[in-house]
Design a protein around this ligand. Sequence first.
Ligand code: IVH
Length: 686
Amino acid sequence: MDLFSTPAPENAVQRVAELTQLIDHYNYEYYMNDKSLVSDFEFDALLRELIELESQYPELALPTSPTKRVGGEINKTFRQVEHRFPMLSLGNTYSMEEIEEFEMRTRKLLDGVPFTYTCELKYDGVAIGLTYKHGELVQAVTRGNGAVGDDITDNARTIPTIPLKLKGNYPDDFEARGEVVYPFDAFEAMNKLREAEGDEPFANPRNAASGSLKLQNSAECAKRKLMFCMYFMMLPEDENAQGDYATHYGRLQAAKEMGFKVQPYIKECKGINEIKSFIDFWDKERWNLPFGIDGVVIKVNQTTLWNSLGMTAKSPRWAIAYKFKAERVSTPLLEVSYQVGRTGVVTPVANMEPVWLGGTTVRRATLCNADYMAKLDIHEGDYLLVEKGGEIIPKIVGIDMDQRKPDAPVLQYTQVCPVCGTPLVRADGEAGYYCPNQDGCLPQLLGHLEHFVGRKAMNIDSLGSERLKLLYDAGLVKNVADLYDLERNQLIGLESNPTETAKTSIQEKGADNILKALEVSKEVPFERVLFALGIRYVGEVGAKKLARYFGNIDALMEANVMELAMVDDIGDVTAMAIYDYFANAEHKAIVERLRNAGLQMQVVDNRISNVLDGMTIVVSGVFEHFSREEIKNTIEQHGGKASGSISGKTTYLLAGAKMGPEKLKKAEKLGVKIISEQDFMAMIGK
Ligand code: IVH
């Protein structure tokens, strides 16, 4: 707290308490009980009022405030923390016989002591441990290697099913463990959005959950709609546990009363028959759940018996996981079709006789690329083996050889682009083919336009993929330079064809927004213009390095392959691609038109001094006066090079708060001098 600020007035303290209680209550009913007690509008108004009050009186903004759910904390690195109690994994099996053995062994070990089991779902997500002290969430840590994990507290606070403050009775100090899952509907919505923005979609909900927990900006994590499913309450003395805490079932019910999301799909079972029917039921029913599970977990219910059952080398003897086998079917291949992506990459797709698999009818599945198809060795008329595991996406895993017809010829991969007919090419070492007709093949052309207007390129957000298609169909835009010739009266009244699935139109306001965004984009720095051009293999970092090295577009266009390959991070293949790009007269003409439109074609020198000339500085941790990006820019503005990893070439390790221990160790080992933020500021004369 700032000692010199005036304390918040009584009425502010009271209003913050009122708002907190109301919002917590509405959140709880919404996320735990699916009940909407107020409209979104009313809810947002209350939240905004609380945010406003907390920013006016920061001392009232507690870490347990519901405003923390919105996120906004920036984590430059995730601190590594040691688990107070190791996060163990479970023995697991795909075999019912082994479950029978587990049941018999447990009974034998307990030698007549009465006990029961609990059966519950095995959530397919990311394991985390939440520490609560005096009823407040103080830390959230990922499993990591079981002994040490990442501190993801800021991101965990944004997950509505993780209580920040507990209700009713709770142990004073304990850890709640569970799995963060990505519900299917939210996962699909997020992936659609990513694709629309030109980002790579996540392969499955588990990877997406894991990626989300590691987002540096917790406000982004808040948008992900993750869910926490609690499955374990860790208390220090299991053998002396009393009352509710003496059983696992009781602990979870108690946790529910405290405000945790505890799934209702848990059953106390007396013996092997009940365990088997729970497993059989969920093996079929799992597809109707809103989130992924990959099995069932069976635990001895009496926590007081856990210690006496003990441990094997890695996992407790009082629990076991039964994992579901992936469902597999065999179905005839009808035809292989080929899709052309935005970058020209061709993906083969198997169209199959529709087949029921894991709760849905499967008609199509990717064959990934030419290499994967060759490995499968598909012959005409083959039956394909299709599998669906815990994920929603069906996979082709092999050929049903029992159904192979004698003399069936090998299926030939297409030689030409299915969209524009151009012969396909394959770059050395790549697993698949691509269509080289960058400027004339429709999906590539649209992909190219989408890339150009993208957030990390020219950032023209009023032009999404549907509007670009509209402009293309209207004959107004065939390449990126055409965008800057657009006129207001050409835009107003444009409407998509009634046959288009995604319909859109442009009215007066839309037209003005587009023209304004195009105008603003003329200030985008050269390095991003270069990235926006979409030269094959030239990503954000490569574009930055090329811009710095050559300084302007003319020098870059005149460079030969050898000169291009001299640039840091630009390999021979990329150098060749850049050379080829500018050797094309059409590309040169586009660059000229963009230059005439007023786009930035040279680096603006923002050098302040040369005091860090020749120095390579590695930045780690969090700083008081700079964000990570700012400190890197400052290093470069003073002639230094900011690097991410420590090596023999590192001049200094610039250490902020919460620096990772690994970096420190490495710096010490290599004898790299460590400097503080203050030292750095003194060096640059700040
Ligand atoms: S109990 C000491 N219960 O499955 C035992 N684990 O190896 C603590 N998991 O990564 C685990 N659902 O994160 C338990 N209902 C459930 C679970 C569950 C998913 C995960 C857990 C761990 C793995 C087991």
